[in-house]
Every structure is written in structure tokens, then in C-alpha cells.
Design a protein. Structure first.
Length: 269
């Protein structure tokens, strides 16, 4: 690890103090660094680690996550309790981050299961944040990346990517929103997420209702693909297990994994 900057914990119990943020310079992976801290008892539930940049950041399926300075590359320790102990963990984490960003003025939507999108200048939705959950030895972490000042160009994305990327800075320039430094923004987001969770969003009915209100493409025809199957249908909503509910040939079906995109007909419509 590179240089660490943190505040004193003296005089505050874990239950009394707010979520603690470790701030590091360049690391290989914020998730790997956070697991190391957690294994040493230095990262309790709702504490997080924020790196200035990563040399080996990763996303879904361990794909490389470009990590230049100026963005948020964080790892947040989550409670190993319902609903974080099952398949609802991903969409719930996506919802918590979405609500936190909306509290800061960014009208993000949730692209199931855990990507966040913004409509730049009222146009097509573009990805601004992604989440990766990992568990090791009973320690559950959410790796969180937010494009604050930088976003990868379309030429750097996978050909099968459903959406292009954008940064908060692009929206800020277009809407007049004030954009704080990534470090300050992350501290605010953690406080919002912790507050939302402790004030009711840990309950299945609560988080599902809120998540569906922010669900991208709800009511539209979509395609869902993964390594084992593909489906096409109307996006109805979410299940309490965190699954995506599609109406396929008149029948409601639940899917727990897959890559989501609009059908060509929906895009043209």
C-alpha cells in the first residue's frame, strides 16, 4: 500500500462513530487492500477504503477496470445480514448508492443489477458507476467505482457493452451542479448510504419499492443474456430476492443474473 491518511479513532466506540474512511494513494486494487485491512481488524462494517487510483482494478467477471486519478475507487464493508446475505445484495447496494448520489443532486437510475446511469443532456443513459461484491472468509465488501471526473471513451469499451460511459463532470458542466473532489464526495456518499440502510432500507419491502422506482427501462421490452440463457420480454420489476422480473410470452419469469439491454425495437421507439 502507498501512503495512508486517516483520522484518530480515540474516544469513540464503533457503534458511536460515523463510518470511517481510509484514504490511500495508488493501490493494486481497492478491494484487495480493504480485505487486508479487514483481516487485520482495521475495517469494521460500514468502514471503507478510498484509493486515488488503481493499477489492477477489476469489474464483473474480473474484467479490467480503468482507474485514472480523479474518480472514486472504493471498497465498503457490508454487514453479513439480510438482505446482504443473499441474491438481493447486488441490487440493494446499487439502490443505496443511487439514493446517495441523488441526495447530492445527481439524478441517477439503477440498471439492474448494480450499475448506475445518468442521462447526459437528456439523451441516452450512460453508465457512471459500477459495483462488484466479493466475500472472503465471512467478510463482505462492495467494490465501488464512480466516474467523477473521467470516463472511458467508447473505443475502450467492450463491443457487447450495453451502454457508453459518462462522468459526473459532464453532467455538472451541462446542469450547473457543483462537483466536489472525489474524496469529499465519497465521504458524503458513505454517510447517505449508512443512513438509508439503518433507516429502513434493510427491509425487503422497503428496498424493493424504492429500487423499482429508479429501475432503468421498467415497462419496456428488453433482452437479458448470460452464459447459459437468453430471454426477451417486458421489464416488470424486481423480486424480493433481487431478481429481474420479465413478462415473457405472457408469463412472468424471474432471472437472477445476466446482462441487460434494450431490444432494437425499444431503442428505435
Amino acid at each position: 500500500m502507498s501512503s495512508v491518511c486517516h483520522s484518530s479513532r480515540q474516544g469513540k466506540s464503533a457503534s458511536a462513530r460515523p463510518p470511517f474512511v481510509w484514504r490511500l494513494g495508488e493501490v493494486g486494487s481497492s478491494l484487495d487492500a480493504a480485505f487486508l485491512l479487514a483481516s487485520r481488524g482495521r475495517l469494521i462494517v460500514w468502514d471503507s477504503l478510498l484509493a486515488a487510483s488503481q493499477t489492477a482494478g477489476r469489474g464483473q467477471l474480473r474484467r479490467r477496470w480503468a482507474s485514472p486519478p480523479g474518480n472514486i475507487y472504493a471498497a465498503l464493508r457490508l454487514p453479513p445480514a439480510p438482505p446482504f446475505d443473499g441474491t438481493a445484495a447486488s441490487p440493494l447496494m446499487g439502490l443505496l448508492l443511487a439514493l446517495a448520489l441523488r441526495e447530492e443532486g445527481w439524478p441517477v437510475e439503477l440498471k439492474w443489477p448494480n450499475d448506475l446511469v445518468l442521462r447526459v443532456m437528456g439523451g441516452m443513459p450512460r453508465k457512471v458507476a459500477g459495483i462488484l461484491l466479493e466475500e472472503r472468509g465471512g467478510i463482505l465488501l462492495a467494490g465501488i467505482g464512480v466516474n467523477v471526473n473521467n470516463a472511458p471513451p467508447a473505443t475502450a469499451l467492450r463491443k457487447e457493452s450495453a451502454l457508453e460511459a459518462a462522468s459526473l463532470a459532464q453532467t455538472a458542466a451541462a446542469s450547473g451542479l457543483a462537483l466536489p473532489p472525489a474524496e469529499l464526495l465519497w465521504e458524503r456518499l458513505v454517510k447517505h448510504m449508512h443512513s438509508s440502510y439503518t433507516n429502513g432500507l434493510s427491509q425487503p419491502g422497503q428496498w424493493k419499492t424504492h429500487a423499482e422506482q429508479l429501475l432503468l427501462w421498467r415497462g419496456r421490452e428488453v433482452e437479458l443474456h448470460d452464459e447459459r440463457q437468453s430471454a426477451r420480454g417486458r421489464l416488470v420489476g424486481l423480486s424480493t430476492a433481487g431478481g429481474l422480473c420479465l413478462r415473457v410470452n405472457g408469463k412472468l419469469e424471474e432471472f437472477l443474473s445476466g446482462s441487460l439491454r434494450l431490444t432494437e425495437a425499444s431503442v428505435k421507439g
